[in-house]
Structures are given as structure tokens and as C-alpha cells.
Design a protein around this ligand. Structure first.
Ligand SMILES: Cc1cc2nc3c(=O)[nH]c(=O)nc-3n(C[C@H](O)[C@H](O)[C@H](O)COP(=O)(O)O)c2cc1C
Length: 314
């Protein structure tokens, strides 16, 4: 399949495995690359040394292009960007802050820049600053989210920019990929679907909990602070929302949330940890290899695109 995204990154299929802090590292990223998509190493909560060593490990597992995500509010972001420039990955995705200062540094190092944007205004601004593509991420996503839906973002943003637009949020099967491509997206970024793969190193308890969950089982914490996070409803989200309703300070809420990603992803505590996942849960029923997931996604995408013509009648 050829789209503006496959051409930009030199990949076979227009599928990016989105960064997932504490989860997307060399094993998952290289597996997605070897299966024809591309993967993104999540640098959130790690540090420049970890990022450097994970890039080296990924290179040992694949000769295909891959990216690194930089969380722009990370206090170590400058060191992480320096490590990325030194090791020269194919592209960087950036979110949760102002990407402005980093376009030139990354471009000069020959690295493509793909910021995550939540609205038309920022989409236009990063295009002017030299972004190579953008990811629009709808509120259906797992992890940190904005307020707009994926459908509204694609509708509003695509006609306003010339650079490739990548759709993210709630896309968990080939029907979603086909829909995004028909809307004019150049490809998709998916996170939740890749949690249920053999190569994903997240704790098995989390995989089981996701399989047992359905559409209405997520909560969004952090509306009062503007730091919204979508994850499965559990003792942690209930406690957070209860504290939020009391009008608690940002500091008190942050203190309650600190360490919860790690607690779930690494320690497997799905009651007290933050189990971040998107809303398209009913199709997440089985753990497969990354290759099986990508093959299935592409078969569904092609079947859906082929069947679209029949809607026109004869
Ligand atoms: C567990 C989890 C952790 C995530 N962590 C990050 C992150 O560190 N940085 C980032 O830019 N996006 C992060 N995301 C968002 C994903 O990269 C991707 O855009 C999102 O999962 C797409 O929506 P979906 O979950 O419906 O597929 C995370 C998503 C999940 C599910």
C-alpha cells in the first residue's frame, strides 16, 4: 500500500505503533517495523541514557526505520533530543508541550518531525514551523488525551494543511484504518491494539484486564487540571475522581497519580495502577504476534476499502 506516510518514512504499511511510556521499547518497536509498519520508542519517565541504549537495542533487532517519542514537558527533554540526534533515528513524535524549539535541531540532524496536535490552530502552526507530518489524536485514545474526537479532528484539520495527517484514537481494526484513509489521512497511529501482542512487554495482568473490558469501561481522570488521562476504571481512577470532585489542588492530584503507570505496566497491579487504554475495547479480545496483528489489520483494511465501492450501486 502506498500513502504519503509510507513514502515519507519508507515503510510498507501506513501504520505507526504509537509511543507508550514504560511499554513501547525495543521488542515491540522492532517487531512492528519487521512486520511492515513502524514503531515508536516511548521515552516518557525514562532518561537520555535509557533512550540511547534502547535505540541501540532496536537497531540490533531491525534494519527498518523507527521513531522515538519525546514528552515535551519532560525535564530531561533536551538530553533526550541530544541522544536522538546523536543516534539518528528516522523520526520523532512530540507531544505535551511546545515543539517549536526542536524543529531545527532535529531537521539539521536529518530526523523527521511528527508532532501530535489537538486542533487546527496548532496543526497550522507546526506546519509553518517545518513539521514533516502531524498526528491528530482524538479523545478516544488511551493515555493522555485532548477533548476533540478523532472524526472531528480529521474533518477539521485535513483540509487546512498540506503535510500528511496521521489519525490516532479509537482505531483498533482495519475498518478504522480504511475509514481514516477515506477521510484523507495518510495513515494511522495505534496504541491500544499493540498492547495485546506477544512482543509487548506489559505485565500479563494488564493484557488479561483489557481482554475482559468493553466499550464503557474507561474513565478519564484530570478534567479539572487539563491533564486528562484515559484508562480502565479501577480503584485508582475512582480514588482520583473522588479527590478531584473535592476540588483538590493540582499538587495533591499529581501526588496521587505519581508512579501509577509503572505500578500497572511493570508490577501488574491493575487495581491501583493506571491501566491506560483507549475506548475501542470490544475488538481487543486476543493476544497475537505483532505480525499476525499487522496482517489482520491490512487484510481488513483492503477488504473494507474494496467493499466501499459497492455502496455506490451500479
Ligand atoms: C498505555 C498507553 C501509553 C501511552 N503513552 C504515550 C506516550 O508516552 N507518549 C505519547 O505521545 N502517546 C502515548 N500514548 C498514545 C499512543 O501513542 C497513541 O496515540 C494512542 O494509543 C492511540 O489511540 P488508541 O489507544 O485508541 O489506539 C499512550 C497510549 C497508551 C494506550
Amino acid at each position: 500500500m502506498e500513502t504519503k506516510l509510507t513514502k515519507l518514512l519508507g515503510i510498507k504499511y501506513p501504520i505507526i505503533q504509537g509511543a507508550m511510556a514504560y511499554i513501547s521499547e525495543s521488542a515491540l518497536v522492532s517487531a512492528v517495523c519487521n512486520a511492515g509498519g513502524t514503531g515508536v520508542i516511548g521515552s516518557g519517565g525514562r532518561g537520555a541514557d535509557w533512550v540511547r541504549s534502547e535505540i541501540i537495542k532496536t537497531r540490533q533487532l531491525t534494519d527498518k526505520p523507527f521513531g522515538v517519542n519525546v514528552v515535551l514537558k519532560d525535564p530531561e527533554r533536551d538530553d533526550i533530543i541530544a541522544a536522538i540526534c546523536e543516534t539518528k533515528v528516522a523520526f520523532v513524535t512530540m507531544g505535551a508541550g511546545n515543539p517549536g524549539p526542536y524543529f531545527k535541531i532535529l531537521k539539521d540532524a536529518g530526523i523527521k518531525t511528527i508532532p501530535v496536535v489537538p486542533n487546527v490552530r496548532l496543526a497550522k502552526r507546526v506546519e509553518e514551523s517545518g513539521a514533516d507530518a502531524i498526528i491528530v489524536e482524538g479523545t478516544e485514545s488511551g493515555g493522555h488525551i485532548g477533548l476533540m474526537t478523532t472524526m472531528a479532528l480529521l474533518t477539521n484539520v485535513i483540509p487546512q494543511v498540506k503535510i500528511p495527517v496521521i489519525a490516532a484514537g479509537g482505531i483498533a481494526d482495519g475498518r478504522g484504518i480504511a475509514a481514516a484513509l477515506l477521510m484523507g489521512a495518510a495513515g494511522v497511529q495505534m496504541g491500544s491494539r499493540f498492547l495485546l501482542t506477544d512482543e509487548c512487554q506489559i505485565h500479563p495482568n494488564v493484557k488479561d484486564k483489557i481482554i475482559a473490558s468493553t466499550d464503557t469501561d474507561t474513565d478519564v481522570t484530570g478534567y479539572s487540571t487539563g491533564m486528562m488521562v484515559r484508562g480502565l476504571r479501577n480503584d485508582f481512577t475512582k480514588e482520583f475522581l473522588k479527590l478531584e470532585r473535592t476540588g483538590a489542588s493540582v499538587e495533591a492530584l499529581n501526588e496521587l497519580a505519581t508512579g501509577r503507570n509503572r505500578l500497572s505496566a511493570i508490577d501488574g497491579d491493575t487495581k491501583n495502577g493506571s491501566v491506560q487504554v483507549g475506548q475501542s475495547l470490544n475488538v481487543l479480545t486476543e493476544i497475537k504476534t505483532v505480525q499476525e496483528v499487522i496482517n489482520e489489520l491490512m487484510e481488513q483494511t483492503v477488504t473494507t476499502l474494496e467493499s466501499a465501492n459497492a455502496l455506490l450501486g451500479s
